[in-house]
Design a protein around this ligand. Sequence first.
Ligand code: CA
Length: 356
Amino acid sequence: MELRSNKRREYRFRIESIAILLLLLILLSSLGCQSVPAETPLATFTPAPFTISIADGSATNPPNIAPSPPPSPPPTPIPTPEEFSIVWLADTQTIAYHQQNDVFQTMGEWIMANEEPLDIRYIVQTGDMVDNGFQKKQWDSFHILLDQFYGKIPYLPIAGNHDIGVKWENYRGYLDQSFVKELPKDHIFNRGRAVYAEFQAGGVDFLLIGAGWNSEVLSSYWINKTLKAHPDHVAILLFHSYTRVDGGLSRQGVFVHDTIVKNNPNVRLVLSGHLRGNGFRAEEFDDNNDGVMDRTVNAMLYNYQGYDQTNSGQIRVLTFDTATRNIHVFTYSPYTERYFRDEYFKSNEFDLENAF
Ligand SMILES: [Ca+2]
């Protein structure tokens, strides 16, 4: 009996042990199962999906992650309307001939005093700075004017017949001058027989270009090439002779008109001197041959040379209004403190409308 009960006890112990072992196994296995999903969420936290959503702009981003706003487009530059001036010096030859240094002095002082009020961007001169280009004393006199603005306000000159010597017709008298030699080499033709300059004002690009006396034909290919290389610039031409007092064209003017002015739609203004008095012509051109005029070219002659000595020192000012595209013109002598009447417009001042 005792042996049987011992075996029964032993048997129950084994069953209990097996049960405990089974429970332990179940417990361990359940713990082991939990360790697997504990790692899987790591994969869902990779930043890749968010990066892609933001990059492609899709609407699947989590609501708390706003996509970066698209970059603002760069602001379009709006040209600022402004007024600026070009000072136009014509034949100063009689002042240099008489060596009226006080006249040149007051002209230079007036230009510098008005550099800011008139916003003077350029000084141009249409030839005959002196009466004889081989007379050093005349150039010395002219330098009383030139040296006051030279290096401060850009200056673009072309030669007149007197600058190269009426008798000698030799360009050396003009080309040897320091202000010609110092012109930028890539903006000159044949040492300075023709020249050009560019500037921008009020969002408008301008091209100043011209040729000296007896260089119109020689430089015409270069001038046309330069004008065609600047199709969006408003071109202002400088020649010693173009317009006559009666509004017709001089001999040189006919050539310049037919080979340069007519063929370049960017030409809007032609300035000239040489002949005494004032002259004006406005001419319309139909550049694309459709029967509708496309542009007006205004041409002015001004040259008060030969007026008596108490009447000299004239400066013509062209003020460009980039809002209206008008050019306001007046002529003033700071030496005599007088405004000068234009014989075509019959006024001391006038406007060229829609002139550029
Ligand atoms: Ca047309």
